[in-house]
Write a protein that binds this ligand. Sequence first.
Ligand code: GLA
Length: 397
Amino acid sequence: MGLQERLATIEQAFRRTFGDGQGLTIGRAPGRVNLIGEHTDYNDGFIFPMAIDFDIVMAARKRSDQMVKIHAVDLGRTVEFSLMTPLTPDAEEGWSNYPKGVLWAMQQEGARLPGLEMAFSGTIPLGSGLSSSAALEVATAIVVQKLTGFQSALPALARLCQRAENDFVGMRCGIMDQFISLMGERGHALFLDCRSLSYEQIPLQLGTYKILICQSGVKHSLVDSEYNSRREQCETGVRILAERYPAVRALRDVTVEMLNNCENRLSLVVYKRCLHVITENERVLKSIQALKAGDLVAFGELINQSHDSLRDFYEVSCEEVDLLVELAREVPGVLGARITGGGFGGCTVNLIRADAVRDFIGYVLSKYKEETGIEARVYLSTAAGGAELIQNGVNNN
Ligand code: GLA
């Protein structure tokens, strides 16, 4: 479905739910795939994601009272709450906590919000690890910002959305997903220093190669609790390393040599977690160099190493995803394959020669189905642009 059609569908749903579709402010925010730099963002490290061609479109307008009504078009659900009482998470309608959390975070920053009517719909496969939740937060943020005049510069708006997820939803995610959804640039992947938030848009010149996303169809439970426990293990590592090296504030400040000097003070688990983060930061830096030099083979090799480290040291992969990665690496023309995102299922990201995509689909998907009984899906995405306001299908920014 093209953008015009999607806008028409949302407008229609808006009319059905709220009586008419007049005076809408509309915005879209993309999902993302992280090319390399996994579980480094909350360690003050480096990441290299790109925005994808799948997004969430949000339409909204003000109300004259203090009620907020949010309609999830794809779920056919609506929630309502009043701004007169403090906002609290909704245990039943989990999806609503992302937009609600953004409103909450704006209030925390002193915004006096009006009542709102909102409806959204998306093309990002849900629960796939392609950041549909961050896209929903960011779409909410830019539309409500436009409607209410609440002002926040772009990096600060990413932080605000992250706070919504950390402190309202209760997932201690880093800055990656919100940042790339806001700041993505067409044709580029974003190299971000998560400590300073300084960034460089790197042209993704892949020649005859493509970025192929493969969805495992698996989402293991406990993702959030495992994620939060990885963060704690990193924090434990930092505490112990800082006893010997007082300048260490985050794993970003640690080298493999420093880590090895403290090995006997760290549990094996904490050692492995730290080793992943430290080497992953190095791999991001090397990837940027490789891309700038046009060396896709080296980039693919780093992608492979990233997966192996996430599997063996950070232990956030799972059997199904490991299988997808192994199968992918057997396909001639695949330069690199790895798990992407938080882990425990979700997607792999593959650097693949365009003319090998057909073989990938033929071989990997059928072998995977044979061994797991699950249908994996494949998406090809170019590097998309970041969040923007749209009116009648026209970019309004
Ligand atoms: C999730 C989080 C991100 C990041 C990744 C792992 O997607 O939302 O902040 O930590 O996991 O790299």
